[in-house]
Design a binder for this molecule. Structure first.
Ligand code: FE2
Length: 372
Protein backbone atom coordinates (compact mmCIF):
# COMPACT_ATOMS: atom_id res chain seq x y z
CA UNK A 1 0.00 0.00 0.00
CA UNK A 2 1.12 3.55 -0.71
CA UNK A 3 1.99 5.69 2.28
CA UNK A 4 1.43 9.21 1.05
CA UNK A 5 3.48 11.69 3.05
CA UNK A 6 1.58 14.43 4.83
CA UNK A 7 2.79 17.83 3.59
CA UNK A 8 0.21 19.58 5.67
CA UNK A 9 0.02 19.36 9.44
CA UNK A 10 -3.50 19.75 10.68
CA UNK A 11 -3.79 22.06 13.66
CA UNK A 12 -7.26 20.74 14.31
CA UNK A 13 -8.39 17.41 15.70
CA UNK A 14 -9.35 14.91 13.01
CA UNK A 15 -13.01 14.98 12.07
CA UNK A 16 -15.10 11.83 12.25
CA UNK A 17 -14.77 11.61 8.44
CA UNK A 18 -10.94 11.75 8.63
CA UNK A 19 -10.90 8.71 10.92
CA UNK A 20 -13.36 6.86 8.67
CA UNK A 21 -11.13 7.56 5.66
CA UNK A 22 -8.11 6.13 7.49
CA UNK A 23 -9.99 2.86 8.05
CA UNK A 24 -10.68 2.29 4.33
CA UNK A 25 -7.20 0.90 3.73
CA UNK A 26 -6.43 2.89 0.58
CA UNK A 27 -3.95 5.73 0.03
CA UNK A 28 -4.82 9.11 1.51
CA UNK A 29 -3.02 12.02 -0.16
CA UNK A 30 -2.60 15.05 2.08
CA UNK A 31 -0.49 17.24 -0.16
CA UNK A 32 -1.43 20.56 -1.76
CA UNK A 33 -1.95 18.98 -5.17
CA UNK A 34 -1.98 15.82 -7.27
CA UNK A 35 0.11 16.41 -10.34
CA UNK A 36 -1.73 13.80 -12.40
CA UNK A 37 -4.92 12.08 -11.26
CA UNK A 38 -4.61 9.71 -14.23
CA UNK A 39 -1.41 8.14 -12.95
CA UNK A 40 -1.27 8.75 -9.18
CA UNK A 41 -0.93 5.45 -7.33
CA UNK A 42 -4.17 3.96 -6.02
CA UNK A 43 -4.74 1.04 -3.66
CA UNK A 44 -7.20 -1.86 -3.54
CA UNK A 45 -10.36 -0.77 -1.77
CA UNK A 46 -11.42 -4.18 -0.54
CA UNK A 47 -14.86 -3.06 0.61
CA UNK A 48 -15.68 -1.85 -2.91
CA UNK A 49 -13.64 -4.19 -5.07
CA UNK A 50 -11.77 -1.56 -7.07
CA UNK A 51 -8.71 0.68 -6.82
CA UNK A 52 -9.13 4.13 -5.28
CA UNK A 53 -7.50 6.86 -3.19
CA UNK A 54 -8.79 9.71 -1.06
CA UNK A 55 -7.49 13.20 -1.80
CA UNK A 56 -7.43 14.98 1.55
CA UNK A 57 -5.78 17.95 -0.16
CA UNK A 58 -4.94 20.93 2.00
CA UNK A 59 -7.79 23.19 0.91
CA UNK A 60 -10.60 20.67 1.39
CA UNK A 61 -10.64 21.47 5.12
CA UNK A 62 -13.30 18.92 6.01
CA UNK A 63 -15.87 20.50 3.70
CA UNK A 64 -15.80 18.22 0.65
CA UNK A 65 -14.63 14.72 -0.15
CA UNK A 66 -12.51 14.24 -3.27
CA UNK A 67 -11.47 10.75 -4.28
CA UNK A 68 -10.24 8.94 -7.38
CA UNK A 69 -11.71 5.59 -8.43
CA UNK A 70 -10.39 3.29 -11.11
CA UNK A 71 -12.37 0.87 -13.26
CA UNK A 72 -10.08 -1.82 -14.63
CA UNK A 73 -10.02 -2.38 -18.42
CA UNK A 74 -13.11 -4.38 -19.33
CA UNK A 75 -14.19 -4.25 -15.69
CA UNK A 76 -16.91 -2.69 -13.61
CA UNK A 77 -17.58 -1.26 -10.16
CA UNK A 78 -20.36 -3.15 -8.41
CA UNK A 79 -23.46 -1.06 -7.63
CA UNK A 80 -23.24 1.30 -4.66
CA UNK A 81 -26.08 3.38 -3.24
CA UNK A 82 -24.74 6.51 -1.58
CA UNK A 83 -27.11 8.73 0.42
CA UNK A 84 -25.57 11.99 -0.84
CA UNK A 85 -25.40 13.36 -4.33
CA UNK A 86 -22.00 13.25 -5.98
CA UNK A 87 -20.38 15.05 -8.89
CA UNK A 88 -18.08 13.00 -11.12
CA UNK A 89 -15.45 14.15 -13.60
CA UNK A 90 -13.91 11.62 -15.98
CA UNK A 91 -10.13 12.01 -15.81
CA UNK A 92 -9.48 9.21 -18.29
CA UNK A 93 -11.20 6.49 -20.29
CA UNK A 94 -14.61 5.62 -21.64
CA UNK A 95 -17.50 3.87 -19.95
CA UNK A 96 -21.13 3.54 -18.99
CA UNK A 97 -22.96 4.50 -15.81
CA UNK A 98 -26.26 2.85 -14.89
CA UNK A 99 -28.32 4.70 -12.30
CA UNK A 100 -31.56 3.74 -10.56
CA UNK A 101 -33.57 4.15 -7.37
CA UNK A 102 -34.96 1.14 -5.46
CA UNK A 103 -37.87 -0.15 -7.51
CA UNK A 104 -37.20 2.40 -10.28
CA UNK A 105 -36.25 1.88 -13.89
CA UNK A 106 -32.55 1.67 -14.72
CA UNK A 107 -31.05 4.40 -16.86
CA UNK A 108 -27.67 4.06 -18.57
CA UNK A 109 -25.52 6.66 -20.28
CA UNK A 110 -22.11 6.60 -21.89
CA UNK A 111 -19.28 9.01 -21.20
CA UNK A 112 -15.76 9.76 -22.32
CA UNK A 113 -12.75 11.46 -20.79
CA UNK A 114 -13.53 15.09 -19.77
CA UNK A 115 -17.24 14.45 -19.15
CA UNK A 116 -18.85 15.78 -15.96
CA UNK A 117 -22.04 14.41 -14.44
CA UNK A 118 -24.07 14.33 -11.24
CA UNK A 119 -25.30 11.18 -9.54
CA UNK A 120 -28.39 11.92 -7.42
CA UNK A 121 -28.38 10.88 -3.76
CA UNK A 122 -30.05 7.62 -2.68
CA UNK A 123 -29.70 6.15 -6.16
CA UNK A 124 -27.68 3.09 -7.08
CA UNK A 125 -24.87 3.58 -9.56
CA UNK A 126 -22.92 0.94 -11.40
CA UNK A 127 -19.91 1.87 -13.55
CA UNK A 128 -18.44 -0.15 -16.43
CA UNK A 129 -15.30 0.41 -18.46
CA UNK A 130 -16.11 0.17 -22.17
CA UNK A 131 -12.55 -0.43 -23.30
CA UNK A 132 -10.36 -3.47 -22.88
CA UNK A 133 -7.05 -1.68 -22.57
CA UNK A 134 -7.35 1.69 -20.78
CA UNK A 135 -8.29 1.96 -17.08
CA UNK A 136 -11.03 4.48 -16.37
CA UNK A 137 -10.21 7.09 -13.72
CA UNK A 138 -13.03 9.09 -12.09
CA UNK A 139 -12.69 12.11 -9.80
CA UNK A 140 -15.65 12.12 -7.39
CA UNK A 141 -16.64 15.07 -5.18
CA UNK A 142 -19.34 15.16 -2.49
CA UNK A 143 -20.07 16.55 0.99
CA UNK A 144 -19.59 13.44 3.10
CA UNK A 145 -17.17 15.09 5.60
CA UNK A 146 -19.79 17.63 6.70
CA UNK A 147 -22.55 15.02 6.68
CA UNK A 148 -20.47 12.68 8.88
CA UNK A 149 -19.79 15.50 11.34
CA UNK A 150 -23.51 15.69 11.97
CA UNK A 151 -24.35 11.97 11.76
CA UNK A 152 -21.44 9.87 13.02
CA UNK A 153 -22.84 6.60 11.72
CA UNK A 154 -21.20 5.57 8.41
CA UNK A 155 -23.79 2.84 7.85
CA UNK A 156 -26.40 5.57 7.31
CA UNK A 157 -24.68 6.72 4.15
CA UNK A 158 -24.26 3.54 2.12
CA UNK A 159 -26.77 1.06 0.72
CA UNK A 160 -29.51 2.16 3.10
CA UNK A 161 -33.09 1.38 2.17
CA UNK A 162 -34.87 4.73 2.03
CA UNK A 163 -37.99 5.18 -0.09
CA UNK A 164 -36.77 7.44 -2.89
CA UNK A 165 -38.65 8.79 -5.87
CA UNK A 166 -36.57 7.92 -8.90
CA UNK A 167 -35.01 10.91 -10.58
CA UNK A 168 -33.94 8.83 -13.57
CA UNK A 169 -35.61 6.35 -15.91
CA UNK A 170 -39.33 6.24 -16.74
CA UNK A 171 -41.07 9.48 -17.71
CA UNK A 172 -38.18 11.47 -16.22
CA UNK A 173 -35.63 9.55 -18.24
CA UNK A 174 -34.04 12.71 -19.61
CA UNK A 175 -32.16 13.38 -16.34
CA UNK A 176 -28.82 12.80 -18.08
CA UNK A 177 -29.60 14.51 -21.39
CA UNK A 178 -26.93 16.98 -22.52
CA UNK A 179 -26.84 20.17 -20.46
CA UNK A 180 -28.27 23.37 -21.96
CA UNK A 181 -26.57 26.77 -22.18
CA UNK A 182 -28.43 29.81 -20.89
CA UNK A 183 -27.40 33.39 -20.23
CA UNK A 184 -28.96 35.35 -17.43
CA UNK A 185 -28.40 38.33 -15.17
CA UNK A 186 -29.35 37.08 -11.68
CA UNK A 187 -28.29 40.28 -9.90
CA UNK A 188 -30.20 42.49 -12.37
CA UNK A 189 -27.15 44.76 -12.55
CA UNK A 190 -26.18 44.07 -16.12
CA UNK A 191 -23.64 41.36 -15.21
CA UNK A 192 -24.65 38.65 -17.64
CA UNK A 193 -23.49 35.22 -16.60
CA UNK A 194 -23.32 32.19 -18.83
CA UNK A 195 -24.83 29.11 -17.18
CA UNK A 196 -24.70 25.55 -18.29
CA UNK A 197 -27.61 23.70 -16.74
CA UNK A 198 -28.08 19.94 -16.54
CA UNK A 199 -26.72 16.73 -15.04
CA UNK A 200 -24.50 15.60 -17.92
CA UNK A 201 -21.79 17.72 -19.52
CA UNK A 202 -20.20 15.64 -22.26
CA UNK A 203 -16.86 17.40 -22.77
CA UNK A 204 -15.36 19.99 -20.44
CA UNK A 205 -12.35 20.21 -22.75
CA UNK A 206 -14.36 21.35 -25.77
CA UNK A 207 -17.10 23.56 -24.30
CA UNK A 208 -16.80 27.04 -25.79
CA UNK A 209 -19.96 28.90 -24.80
CA UNK A 210 -18.20 31.18 -22.38
CA UNK A 211 -18.56 34.81 -21.33
CA UNK A 212 -15.85 37.23 -20.17
CA UNK A 213 -14.79 36.82 -16.54
CA UNK A 214 -14.67 40.57 -15.95
CA UNK A 215 -12.32 41.84 -13.28
CA UNK A 216 -10.13 38.72 -12.93
CA UNK A 217 -7.84 39.76 -15.80
CA UNK A 218 -5.95 38.02 -18.61
CA UNK A 219 -8.95 38.28 -20.95
CA UNK A 220 -10.30 35.10 -19.33
CA UNK A 221 -13.76 33.65 -19.94
CA UNK A 222 -16.00 31.45 -17.85
CA UNK A 223 -19.16 29.37 -17.63
CA UNK A 224 -21.09 28.51 -14.45
CA UNK A 225 -22.43 24.98 -14.03
CA UNK A 226 -25.76 24.36 -12.32
CA UNK A 227 -27.30 21.01 -11.49
CA UNK A 228 -31.11 21.44 -11.43
CA UNK A 229 -32.57 21.24 -7.94
CA UNK A 230 -29.11 20.89 -6.35
CA UNK A 231 -27.06 23.26 -4.20
CA UNK A 232 -23.86 21.89 -5.74
CA UNK A 233 -22.36 24.13 -8.43
CA UNK A 234 -19.17 24.42 -10.43
CA UNK A 235 -17.56 26.69 -12.97
CA UNK A 236 -15.00 26.41 -15.71
CA UNK A 237 -12.59 29.16 -16.64
CA UNK A 238 -10.49 29.44 -19.77
CA UNK A 239 -7.63 31.91 -20.23
CA UNK A 240 -5.22 32.62 -23.08
CA UNK A 241 -1.72 31.25 -23.61
CA UNK A 242 1.15 33.21 -22.06
CA UNK A 243 -1.04 35.23 -19.71
CA UNK A 244 -2.01 35.04 -16.04
CA UNK A 245 -4.98 35.95 -13.92
CA UNK A 246 -5.15 38.14 -10.85
CA UNK A 247 -4.32 36.76 -7.40
CA UNK A 248 -7.44 36.38 -5.28
CA UNK A 249 -8.81 34.48 -2.27
CA UNK A 250 -12.06 32.98 -1.03
CA UNK A 251 -13.40 30.11 1.07
CA UNK A 252 -12.19 26.48 1.14
CA UNK A 253 -12.95 23.39 -0.94
CA UNK A 254 -12.90 24.75 -4.48
CA UNK A 255 -11.57 21.57 -6.09
CA UNK A 256 -9.72 22.46 -9.29
CA UNK A 257 -9.20 19.89 -12.04
CA UNK A 258 -7.41 20.70 -15.29
CA UNK A 259 -9.03 19.49 -18.53
CA UNK A 260 -6.45 21.20 -20.81
CA UNK A 261 -3.43 23.47 -20.90
CA UNK A 262 -0.06 23.82 -19.24
CA UNK A 263 0.75 26.17 -16.43
CA UNK A 264 1.15 26.62 -12.72
CA UNK A 265 -0.65 28.22 -9.83
CA UNK A 266 0.80 29.97 -6.82
CA UNK A 267 -0.95 29.74 -3.45
CA UNK A 268 -0.04 31.66 -0.31
CA UNK A 269 -1.31 32.82 2.99
CA UNK A 270 -0.86 36.58 3.27
CA UNK A 271 2.75 37.32 4.24
CA UNK A 272 3.78 33.66 4.19
CA UNK A 273 5.83 31.47 1.87
CA UNK A 274 4.38 30.69 -1.56
CA UNK A 275 3.44 27.19 -2.72
CA UNK A 276 3.91 26.48 -6.44
CA UNK A 277 1.55 24.02 -8.10
CA UNK A 278 2.54 22.86 -11.62
CA UNK A 279 -0.43 21.76 -13.71
CA UNK A 280 -1.45 20.13 -16.98
CA UNK A 281 -4.26 17.86 -18.04
CA UNK A 282 -5.26 15.63 -15.11
CA UNK A 283 -3.82 17.84 -12.32
CA UNK A 284 -5.97 18.42 -9.22
CA UNK A 285 -5.46 20.99 -6.45
CA UNK A 286 -7.40 22.93 -3.84
CA UNK A 287 -6.37 26.40 -2.60
CA UNK A 288 -6.61 26.44 1.23
CA UNK A 289 -9.23 28.59 2.95
CA UNK A 290 -8.52 32.32 2.47
CA UNK A 291 -5.14 31.71 0.87
CA UNK A 292 -4.42 33.90 -2.11
CA UNK A 293 -3.96 31.97 -5.32
CA UNK A 294 -3.15 32.91 -8.87
CA UNK A 295 -3.23 30.95 -12.13
CA UNK A 296 -0.54 31.20 -14.85
CA UNK A 297 -0.66 29.81 -18.39
CA UNK A 298 2.86 29.06 -19.65
CA UNK A 299 1.77 26.92 -22.59
CA UNK A 300 0.91 27.73 -26.18
CA UNK A 301 -2.78 26.90 -25.94
CA UNK A 302 -5.62 28.23 -23.75
CA UNK A 303 -5.53 26.96 -20.15
CA UNK A 304 -8.72 25.51 -18.73
CA UNK A 305 -9.70 24.70 -15.19
CA UNK A 306 -12.84 23.18 -13.82
CA UNK A 307 -13.75 24.22 -10.27
CA UNK A 308 -16.10 22.13 -8.14
CA UNK A 309 -17.52 24.56 -5.58
CA UNK A 310 -18.06 23.98 -1.86
CA UNK A 311 -21.61 24.11 -0.58
CA UNK A 312 -22.80 27.74 -0.65
CA UNK A 313 -22.48 27.98 3.16
CA UNK A 314 -18.67 27.81 2.79
CA UNK A 315 -17.99 30.11 -0.17
CA UNK A 316 -17.70 33.27 1.91
CA UNK A 317 -19.78 35.06 -0.74
CA UNK A 318 -23.17 35.01 0.94
CA UNK A 319 -23.21 38.64 2.03
CA UNK A 320 -24.66 40.88 -0.66
CA UNK A 321 -22.56 43.99 -0.09
CA UNK A 322 -19.34 42.42 1.07
CA UNK A 323 -16.29 44.54 0.26
CA UNK A 324 -14.00 42.10 -1.53
CA UNK A 325 -11.34 44.61 -2.57
CA UNK A 326 -8.90 43.12 -0.03
CA UNK A 327 -9.47 39.67 -1.58
CA UNK A 328 -7.81 40.42 -4.92
CA UNK A 329 -4.47 41.83 -6.04
CA UNK A 330 -4.61 44.00 -9.13
CA UNK A 331 -1.61 43.57 -11.42
CA UNK A 332 -0.08 46.91 -10.41
CA UNK A 333 -0.32 45.88 -6.70
CA UNK A 334 1.30 42.47 -6.92
CA UNK A 335 4.75 41.42 -5.75
CA UNK A 336 7.09 41.97 -8.78
CA UNK A 337 8.53 38.49 -8.09
CA UNK A 338 5.27 37.04 -9.40
CA UNK A 339 5.69 38.55 -12.84
CA UNK A 340 9.42 37.66 -12.87
CA UNK A 341 8.66 34.01 -12.06
CA UNK A 342 6.04 33.86 -14.81
CA UNK A 343 8.41 35.34 -17.39
CA UNK A 344 11.22 32.99 -16.34
CA UNK A 345 8.93 29.95 -16.73
CA UNK A 346 7.95 31.12 -20.23
CA UNK A 347 11.60 31.69 -21.15
CA UNK A 348 12.46 28.10 -20.20
CA UNK A 349 9.95 27.07 -22.86
CA UNK A 350 11.22 29.55 -25.48
CA UNK A 351 8.10 31.73 -25.03
CA UNK A 352 7.44 35.33 -24.02
CA UNK A 353 4.69 36.98 -21.99
CA UNK A 354 1.66 38.33 -23.77
CA UNK A 355 0.57 40.37 -20.77
CA UNK A 356 0.04 44.00 -21.84
CA UNK A 357 2.61 46.34 -20.24
CA UNK A 358 -0.13 48.82 -19.37
CA UNK A 359 -1.82 46.27 -17.06
CA UNK A 360 1.09 46.81 -14.62
CA UNK A 361 0.89 50.61 -14.58
CA UNK A 362 -2.74 51.59 -15.15
CA UNK A 363 -5.01 50.65 -12.23
CA UNK A 364 -8.05 51.00 -14.52
CA UNK A 365 -6.65 48.85 -17.30
CA UNK A 366 -9.27 46.70 -19.02
CA UNK A 367 -8.59 43.73 -21.26
CA UNK A 368 -10.34 43.80 -24.64
CA UNK A 369 -13.12 41.47 -23.52
CA UNK A 370 -13.78 43.48 -20.34
CA UNK A 371 -14.82 46.60 -22.28
CA UNK A 372 -18.44 47.26 -23.11
FE1 FE2 B 1 -10.15 30.98 -6.81
Amino acid sequence: MVEAKPAVNYIRQPYFYDNWVEKQGIPVYRDYYIEDGRTVELGDWDARGHKAAFLQLAGLEGVSEARISEIAPGGRIAPVKFALEEVVYVLQGRGVATVWADGGEKHSFEWNAHALFRIPGNHWVEYSNMTGDVPVRLLQVNNLPVAMSTLQRPEHFFDVSVPTKSMVGGPEGDFFSDAQAIESDPSGRGQVRSYWVGNFFPDMRAWDKLVPFKGRGAGGTTVFVQFPGSELTAHMSVFPAKTYKKGHRHGPAYVLAIPAGEGFSVMWQEGKEKVYVPWHEGSIFVPPNRWFHQHFNVGETPGRYLAFHPLPQFTGFAAENLDRSSDQYEYHQEDPAIRAHFEAELKKRGLASEMPAEAYTNPDYKFENEKD
